[in-house]
Design a protein around this ligand. Structure first.
Ligand code: GDP
Length: 463
């Protein structure tokens, strides 16, 4: 593991140094910030629901909304107007699907949210993985209309896969929006039927019962989104509105005291406000940093200084875990930045590895995993070719005891320890014990998620 001489705060005069834990306390006691992701089967109504929600919350101006309504009437799809609140590019509108992740900020009475709108289309699950990786809580949208819930829930549907992915990526709190209940005439028995099926599945994949909330809604009519519905047909429902439940999400525990790990999502030449240097955008997974501090880019171990920064598009002099940041770095070469690199505390950079041991859970696969099994390893926004080099042992799901050493293959539903090797290049990775945010991996093959897991041990450092 590389150890580098560094001077993290040396260039900042003591009068200008920020006591970040104090500032962070002040900021979060005002209004905790959460990252929220919306998941569910394609056409479940995610975009319509969240668009309508944001509109009713007063996030969308009247003129924009009227324009969306006119445009959608023109193409004969009036109901798309709300969905367009989230789909910002023309291509998405033409295809009527949400392709990438559009980010939106909104506030409720007690919380502040960044909304990551995850797409429902099958091909876009890798995008969903990079979006959900930063999520603290999720809304799972299901379509309650006749046969639609079943189509999304059973084999081939994305309801289950999204739920498992969210859980594997560390999301613990989930609101299940039982949507389009207008189509089922607000039937309580339909609501109960879906709730029963989903609850047992969600508990089975590791959600706590007490962290699951079910809300009957209609993204189209707006029932139960902001205010509790007063519809006579919904009299049987005694719970809160979607917004009340969103406001009630528990504030996330941030890894503030860990070394800085910021995932770089974008970078370009020139600093903020056409100054010199390099602009770097990304999300802080753990730790904190301040203007004037020295940081290290991994891989490559290039050092640089933070000259200026913005948090959520506002100028700031410090940033911490959970923040999305744009900053100007100086005294470094842009050639050392790459897709998926991390900005780290200079004295404690993240290890770079090409072989590690992981504990994985195998998803619904048809062909068992054998040694040499090729996968695409997803880690944050990175996806890299890799293979399962060794099957070490099969574990009991609930007790964690070893059931079988050196198994010949792994099949659906098993929990196991395996050795994974990157095929082309090493990547920055940490053990789950050291950093919950960086210690998770997702394995996919031929466009399907085959397993998810946590990193137990880094076996080789560097290449
Ligand atoms: P997404 O793929 O999950 O983002 O789904 P969309 O938001 O694009 O919605 C898919 C379709 O369902 C569109 O035609 C919507 O108008 C329709 N829809 C969405 N929500 C509701 C609802 O609550 N009730 C009814 N009746 N239709 C809805």
């Amino acid at each position: 593991q590389p150890v580098t001489k560094s001077e993290p705060l040396a260039k900042i005069p003591s009068s200008k140094r920020v006591n970040i834990s104090e500032e962070y306390q002040k900021r979060s006691s005002a209004k905790p910030k959460l990252n929220l992701v919306v998941i569910g089967h394609v056409d479940a109504g995610k975009s319509t629901l969240m668009g309508h929600f944001l509109y009713d919350l007063g996030q969308v101006n009247e003129r924009t909304m009227r324009k969306f309504e006119r445009d959608s009437q023109k193409i004969g799809k009036g109901s798309f107007a709300y969905a367009w609140v989230l789909d910002e590019t023309g291509e998405e509108r033409d295809r009527g699907i949400t392709m990438d992740i559009a980010t939106n900020h909104f506030e409720t009475e007690h919380k502040s949210f960044t909304l990551l709108d995850a797409p429902g289309h099958r091909d876009f699950i890798p995008n969903m993985i990079s979006g959900t990786a930063q999520a603290d809580a999720a809304i799972l949208v299901v379509d309650a209309s006749t046969n639609a819930f079943e189509a999304g829930f059973d084999a081939g549907g994305q309801t289950k896969e999204h739920a498992v992915l969210a859980r594997s990526l560390g999301v613990q709190q989930l609101i299940i929006a039982i949507n389009k209940l207008d189509m089922a005439l607000w039937s309580q028995s339909r609501f109960d039927e879906i709730q029963t099926k989903l609850k047992s599945y969600l508990v089975h994949v590791g959600f706590k019962k007490s962290n699951l909330v079910f809300v009957p809604v209609s993204g189209l009519t707006g029932e139960n989104l902001i205010k509790r519905s007063t519809l006579p047909e919904l009299e049987w429902y005694k719970g809160g509105s979607l917004m009340q439940h969103i406001d009630g999400f528990a504030p996330p525990v941030r890894l503030l005291e860990k070394p800085l790990r910021m995932r770089v999502t974008d970078f370009f030449k020139g600093g903020i406000g056409s100054s010199g240097g390099v602009s770097v955008a990304g999300n802080i997974e753990s730790g904190s940093m301040q203007v004037g501090e020295q940081v290290m880019i991994v891989p490559g171990n290039e050092l640089g200084y933070v000259k200026t920064m913005q948090v959520n598009e506002e100028p700031a002099n410090w940033a911490a875990a959970g923040d999305s940041v744009l900053m100007t770095l100086v005294n470094l070469d842009i050639m050392n930045l790459s897709n998926g690199c991390l900005v780290c505390t200079a004295s404690k950079p993240v290890p770079v590895t090409s072989t590690f041991e992981a504990q994985i859970v195998v998803f619904d696969i048809r062909i068992p995993i054998t040694p040499g099994y090729p996968v695409v390893l997803h880690h944050g926004s990175l996806d890299e070719p890799a293979f399962i080099a060794k099957l070490i042992e099969v574990l009991d799901k609930s007790t964690g005891e070893v059931i079988k050493r050196n198994p010949r293959c792994l099949s659906k539903g098993m929990t196991a320890k395996v050795q994974i090797k990157l095929s082309q290049r090493p990547i920055p990775l940490e053990t789950f014990k050291d950093n919950k945010q960086l210690g998770r991996v997702m394995l996919r093959k031929d466009g399907e998620t085959v397993a998810a897991g946590v990193v137990n041990e880094i076996l080789t450092y560097g290449s």
